[in-house]
Design a protein around this ligand. Structure first.
Ligand SMILES: [Zn+2]
Length: 250
């Protein structure tokens, strides 16, 4: 097994099938020559900065024809056991690359399947990460944080958005989007899933709006607008005295 020696952000992955095929060929060629693929990170697009997102580790695996690629492909293997083993044995190897970050490693899989699964697993991770981020940033316990979640529509339900405020304020200080995936539509009970997840973080209040919010973005920076406790679409902004690196500048 040989790796591409870089952790890719979603916007650095090859775009479309032709680029993906070319990338795979480079990786296969490196693997066939018995080495890892050297990635020149300066030639990749700059990754955007989020409170939490996904990083991809890519590998080429050579196995004799007809033999399993993954441990969980074997008769006595299984995904849950493989994931537990990978977390325990593989997980710590990422510590040096992700200093000071909370991270979760996901089960290795075929490229597109892993990508789809990562999209799915990122949604709850982003919500939990947002609560951790706000606890640290404001130095407040979870029960002093409030979340307001609402469904966002264009013609149909497009996504859910979750605005976060402190308990004593209606100002939205941070927001997270929860995109729909695959065949999900308004019949999927995403609201219940989001509500249960938010409650499990121990935050003080979870307000679920049943208003259909319009899918609006900031006209200046294109950031999505988030629901405040009054059901209005607002820009998520840190208080002025805290507007450091991750904040909005307008
Ligand atoms: Zn803006």
């Amino acid at each position: 097994m040989h790796f591409a020696d870089y952790l890719y952000s979603p916007d650095q992955l090859p775009q479309g099938y032709a680029e993906t095929r070319a990338f795979a060929e480079d990786l296969w060629n490196a693997a066939a020559a018995g080495r890892d693929m050297k990635v020149d990170a300066r030639r990749l697009p700059e990754s955007q900065v989020f409170v939490s997102d996904v990083r991809y580790l890519m590998a080429a695996v050579q196995v004799p024809a007809g033999r399993p690629v993954f441990r969980w492909n074997e008769a006595d293997g299984g995904r849950p056991a493989s994931l537990a083993a990978w977390r325990e044995q593989g997980g710590p190897n990422f510590q040096g690359l992700l200093t000071g970050c909370a991270y979760e490693v996901l089960l290795p899989d075929a490229y597109f399947a892993a990508w789809r699964q990562a999209d799915r697993d990122t949604r709850p991770f982003a919500l939990r990460a947002a609560v951790e981020y706000l606890k640290t940033l404001f130095n407040e316990p979870a029960n002093r944080i409030r979340a307001v979640a609402a469904p966002y529509y264009e013609h149909w339900l497009e996504e859910w958005r979750i605005g976060f405020t402190l308990a004593n304020s209606d100002e939205v200080v941070h927001g997270v989007t929860w995109p729909l995936l695959g065949h999900e539509d308004e019949n999927a009970d995403l609201g219940a899933e989001i509500e249960a997840l938010l409650k499990s973080t121990g935050i003080g209040e979870v307000r679920m709006l049943d208003t259909r919010m319009p899918l609006e973005y900031c006209e200046d920076c294109g950031a999505p607008l988030f629901p405040n406790p009054d059901g209005e679409n607002v820009h998520a902004e840190l208080p002025e005295d805290m507007q450091g690196t991750p904040a909005q500048l307008h």
